[in-house]
Write a protein that binds this ligand. Structure first.
Ligand SMILES: [Zn+2]
Length: 194
């Protein structure tokens, strides 16, 4: 589920986070000073799950939607302390474990084009999309480097991302949004100062 590209639009939705759980967090954002929620309605959420390529057995229902909104809230609250290297807060751990309880995986040997591969076959007894994002977050928490988790450098942007680049120098959620905006602002400031 982790994407190495890190920064792209899919179906008009921002996938800048570098991890599914960060992309979920980024479904609430402040764009040009106004708060937007990209998954406010069930149809929006279904579109997001599809764009996120989460391997759900069927389009999410309203229970999954509500569970995802609750998980998003917890993740958003925890992001700053996680970025500072803090331990995952208890309410987040509890929410994640609640979602993970609905997910089970059994290993399955598959042979494709003569090559054997061990793959997980997923089964769900709870909200599937939320369980998959929770799994992404839980794996992330076990292995992430806090210094690579941060918010966009633009003071008016609320996006968060995980920098998977070798040099860890990424500053913006997206060059096409905040990166260019900042460059234009700097250019104007330089011109005005002359
Ligand atoms: Zn930004």
């Amino acid at each position: 589920m982790a994407q190495d590209a890190g920064s792209e639009w899919r179906d008009g939705l921002p996938f800048f986070g570098g991890s599914a759980w960060l992309d979920l967090v980024n479904t609430t954002a402040v764009v040009d000073g106004a708060p937007v929620d990209f998954i406010a309605g069930l149809d929006d959420f279904r579109r997001w799950v599809k764009a996120a390529a989460l391997p759900v057995p069927s389009p999410p229902d309203e229970a999954d939607h509500q569970a995802a909104l609750a998980l998003r809230q917890r993740l958003r609250e925890a992001a700053p302390s996680l970025s500072a290297g803090g331990a995952p807060p208890a309410p987040l751990v509890e929410t994640l474990n609640g979602a993970l309880a609905g997910l089970s995986a059994s290993p399955r040997l598959e042979v494709r084009d003569g090559a054997a591969a061990l793959r997980d076959r997923l089964a769900f007894s709870g909200p599937p999309a939320t369980a998959l994002v929770a799994e992404d977050a839980a794996r992330f928490l076990c292995e992430y480097e806090p210094a690579r988790l941060r918010g966009c450098a633009s003071p008016t942007c609320t996006m968060v991302f995980y920098d998977r680049g070798r040099n860890n120098t990424r500053r913006w959620c997206s060059m096409s949004i905040c990166g260019n905006r900042e460059k234009v602002a700097a250019y104007r400031a330089r011109k005005a100062g002359r």
